[in-house]
Design a protein around this ligand. Structure first.
Ligand code: NAP
Length: 443
């Protein structure tokens, strides 16, 4: 690995990189099948990723014809890394076993360990014999849509593929490692004005928010739309705020502290609700809904922007879903991609059908959507929301912090990159974009 890293840092060309032998093993953050029941019976909050995530050497797998090996310079923590590491709502070794039954090549994924992580920025080291558009030396970011291109169900919108998977969550060989194995159709050009760690935090959350708000597969937001964004300084929320501002919409950002409220204002989001200060109680102690609290949220939104939201960007799930379905405008859209606080959701259907509202389920993004979202980052029109950077050895601690909502924006992870700030190839564009826009979340 040292030779590979030295070559990358010295700007080695494609042939030079291709001539360096791959190591037999690589350093990777992983969970163990033997430990998948270690948290059985414990409350979710007590399940500790610092106990389940290990960082150590694993073997380099053989490369399939449609794949690439990438030297990972940096990666990021996504909430799915939290889910994998606490084995909730399921252990991901089940999906790996199912993937392992699909083909000769996919058998490789079914192991007694799983290398986790669904983001990466880095340099292509090898490509399989069927790969056309990429070569060793290409600087890339990786999106996490793992698609079977021989399945007809994948050929309208690949997120509709019956065996669509999320790389590094429902597959092995993920990005929190010194190397990763990806399908060539997961590769995208690295934004040249960003450092490795800035480039590594975008693909999963940025593409998810793009599909939810901008794509015709999502809410298809238009100019002037009022968009209520839960968790507006979290991973997906912070990109959602940028999409609403870029698209001429009016974001109403919900956060849980004055510090986060200030970040939103710095980003240009004027309508901000601090849910901790407001102290909404959408659920009564006896597990029934408190409709007057839904009304209070609606009133707060109207006081800020004068009308009800056209779109609600929903992901907290059980704690907020009833309120989201209530406050969205007559004929409006709630778009959801998650249920962090619980996935058994309840809402009052009377307000839904009588007010002709719509609910859209959304999941990651197809290659086109991920590519378009990455293009906006490359053009300096959407910015990374990196707040802190951890070493690969500290992935367990980083996942713990995300699990307990102790972060803002995205946590980056240095893999092969020896220090922060490397990998910037277009300082002119960086200067044009402005350090301020790239560092709203840094602490
Ligand atoms: P994150 O960085 O932890 O941000 C989530 C934000 O939600 C937090 O900043 C928090 O903001 C807010 N929040 C948490 N619990 C809440 C509650 N009970 N009520 C109201 N707000 C709450 O996570 P993320 O990366 O944005 O991901 C959010 C969810 O989306 C996760 O469940 C993740 O797995 C899912 N996700 C799904 C996809 C997909 O493709 N389907 C893709 C990405 C993420 P405040 O405390 O400031 O309010």
């Amino acid at each position: 690995m040292e030779r590979i890293l030295e070559a990358i840092l010295n700007g080695a060309n494609s042939d030079q990189l291709a001539s360096i032998p791959l190591p037999a093993h690589y350093r990777a953050a992983h969970v163990l099948k033997a430990e998948q029941e270690m948290f059985l019976g414990m409350a979710s909050n007590d399940k500790d990723p610092r106990q389940s995530v290990h960082v150590g050497d694993v073997p380099v797998p053989e490369l399939a014809p449609d794949e690439a090996v990438v030297a990972v310079m940096a990666s990021s923590i996504n909430f799915n890394t939290v889910w994998t590491s606490i084995f909730e709502p399921i252990s991901t070794f089940g999906p790996l076993a199912r993937l392992g039954r699909e083909s000769e090549w996919s058998k490789r994924h079914d192991r007694d360990y799983q290398v986790i992580g669904s983001d990466a920025s880095g340099v292509v080291l090898r490509v399989g014999s069927a790969v056309r558009n990429w070569k060793p030396g290409d600087k890339v970011t990786v999106h996490c849509n793992h698609v079977d291109d021989q399945d007809p169900s994948s050929h309208d919108d690949s997120m509709m593929g019956s065996n669509q998977r999320i790389w590094g969550y429902e597959t092995n060989f993920g990005g929190l490692a010194d190397l990763c194995i990806v399908k060539a159709n997961q590769l995208m050009p690295k934004p040249a004005h960003l450092s490795w760690e800035e480039a590594a935090v975008n693909a999963l959350c940025n593409s998810t928010s793009y599909r939810m708000l901008v794509s015709r597969n999502g809410a298809n937001m238009k100019q002037g739309d009022v968009v209520l964004i839960w968790g507006a300084t979290g991973g997906i929320g912070a990109y959602a705020v940028q999409y609403v501002l870029n698209g001429g919409g009016i974001p109403v950002g919900v956060v849980s502290s004055p510090e986060k409220a200030q970040i939103l204002r710095n980003m240009g989001c004027e309508a901000v609700i601090d849910r901790s200060a407001a102290n909404y109680k959408f659920w009564n102690d006896d597990n029934t809904h408190n409709e007057s609290e839904w009304r209070r949220l609606g009133k707060d939104i109207r006081e800020l922007v004068g009308e009800d939201p056209d779109i609600v960007f929903e992901h907290p799930g059980r704690s907020t879903f009833g309120a989201s379905m209530y406050v969205v405008k007559r004929g409006g859209v709630v778009v959801t991609c998650a249920a962090t606080s619980g996935f058994m959701l309840e809402f009052d259907n009377r307000f839904f059908w009588m007010r002709l509202k719509r609910l859209i389920g959304s999941h990651f993004a197809n290659y086109r959507e991920a590519w378009d979202a990455n293009r906006l980052v490359s053009k300096g029109m959407i910015h990374p929301v990196l707040s802190r950077v951890f070493a690969l050895g500290d992935v367990g601690e980083a996942a713990y912090q995300v699990h307990h909502n102790m972060h803002e924006g995205k946590i980056g992870v240095l893999c092969l990159a020896p220090t922060e700030g490397l990998g910037i190839d277009d300082p002119e564009l960086r200067a044009k974009v402005g350090e301020k826009n790239l560092t709203f979340f840094r602490r």
